[in-house]
Write a protein that binds this ligand. Structure first.
Ligand SMILES: Cc1cc2nc3c(=O)[nH]c(=O)nc-3n(C[C@H](O)[C@H](O)[C@H](O)COP(=O)(O)OP(=O)(O)OC[C@H]3O[C@@H](n4cnc5c(N)ncnc54)[C@H](O)[C@@H]3O)c2cc1C
Length: 314
């Protein structure tokens, strides 16, 4: 019996359910295999209804705008859920300092909304190419600010299809990390800003753009910063010192411009990208004794026979 058959009657589900759906066009790297099923809920009630009919043993994976993801070439079994901007991309002013925002809103639009409302503290989002759900998961940040500082509370749906609201203190935030309850899908958040004049906010956003254009391959097929900065170190400096700038495997390359970015220069596979990343980790360890940890989330299965062994088994 196929997974689709196991879902039974889906006539009440409004969002599209697609079988064996390629995910390449949904991730920045443009690599990787398909989802067994891709479901894009129309809204929160649709997401709840779908999760209620989905058998409990079926794995669920959520993706946002795919700017921090490496999906392996064997694809993702079970269901992949992607929130649509139409159903989850709204924003509203809740008070003079608070914004309510759907989890699919692109970070850039969130920064623009904060500017419109005269709220500072969101300019760093102007340069992050993901959506709010990804930012809430990754505790995305830049220029000395991070998501956890702006969050008041989040709303989401559990694996059982129940809606739950959680205050920021229950999200286990640390550097590029969160720990919501297992299976929790963020659907919206309440965020708090600091009233400020629009000109200074606009200047801060402009500075973010200028910094990005000068220092990052922002138009490349990439997943952003590949590794977390180890305490007291910059990942890019360690990678540079290990002689990895520009190093390539197939069409996967360590960016010449910013060597904590891996890029797909053409027809790279996810295998090429992951092997390159593990090779960089090994070389950095050899030269500095420091272990780099992946910031990019690697999802899905290897093609059998083409596994990438993790560096030193970790
Ligand atoms: C050019 C470039 C520059 C970047 N610069 C920065 C930077 O300065 N700072 C920074 O922090 N990051 C940066 N990134 C990385 C990335 O943009 C962020 O991590 C971003 O927050 C990811 O959001 P996303 O919507 O793309 O999430 P995805 O990459 O799709 O997913 C990331 C993680 O979030 C989970 N997720 C997504 N949505 C939900 C949801 N609704 N509910 C539950 N889980 C969810 C996914 O399961 C996955 O684990 C950069 C990336 C690129 C390509």
């Amino acid at each position: 019996m196929t997974l689709r058959d196991r879902l039974g009657d889906t006539s009440h589900i409004r969002g599209p359910i697609e079988d064996n759906r390629s995910l390449k066009d949904l991730v920045w790297f443009r690599v990787g295999g398909p989802a067994e099923i891709l479901f894009q809920p129309a809204d929160e009630a649709d997401l709840q209804a779908f999760l209620k009919i989905l058998p409990q043993d079926v794995p669920v994976t959520v993706i946002g705008l795919g700017s921090n993801l490496l999906i392996r070439d064997g694809g993702i079994s079970g269901v992949v859920i992607r929130l649509s901007v139409r159903g989850f991309g709204g924003t509203e002013a809740l008070s003079p300092t608070r914004i309510g925002a759907g989890a699919a809103i692109p970070d850039k639009f969130l920064a623009a909304k904060a500017l419109e409302l005269g709220l500072s503290g969101f300019a760093f989002y102007h340069g992050i190419p993901g959506g709010l759900g990804g930012a809430l998961t990754m505790n995305a940040g830049a220029h000395g600010s991070e998501t956890a500082e702006r969050v008041v509370e989040v709303r989401g749906v559990t694996r059982d299809g129940e809606v739950m609201t959680l205050p920021v203190g229950e999200l286990g935030y640390s550097y590029r990390h969160s720990a919501p309850p297992p299976g929790f899908i963020f659907t919206s958040a309440v965020l708090e800003g600091i009233p400020a004049d629009k000109e200074s906010i606009s200047e801060a956003m402009k500075a973010v753009t200028e910094h990005r254009e000068a220092s990052q391959p922002i138009k490349a097929r990439t997943g952003g910063s590949t590794f977390k900065n180890p305490p007291g170190h910059s990942a890019w400096k360690l990678i540079d010192a290990a002689g990895c700038r520009g190093f390539r495997i197939g069409d996967a390359q360590v960016s010449e411009m910013h060597c904590n970015f891996l890029i797909n220069t053409g027809e790279a596979t996810a295998h090429d990208v992951e092997l390159l990343g593990e090779t960089v980790r090994a070389r950095v360890y050899e030269t500095s004794g420091i272990r780099l940890d992946w910031e990019i989330k690697r999802l899905g299965a290897f093609v059998p026979g083409a596994e990438v062994e993790p560096f030193l088994g970790k």
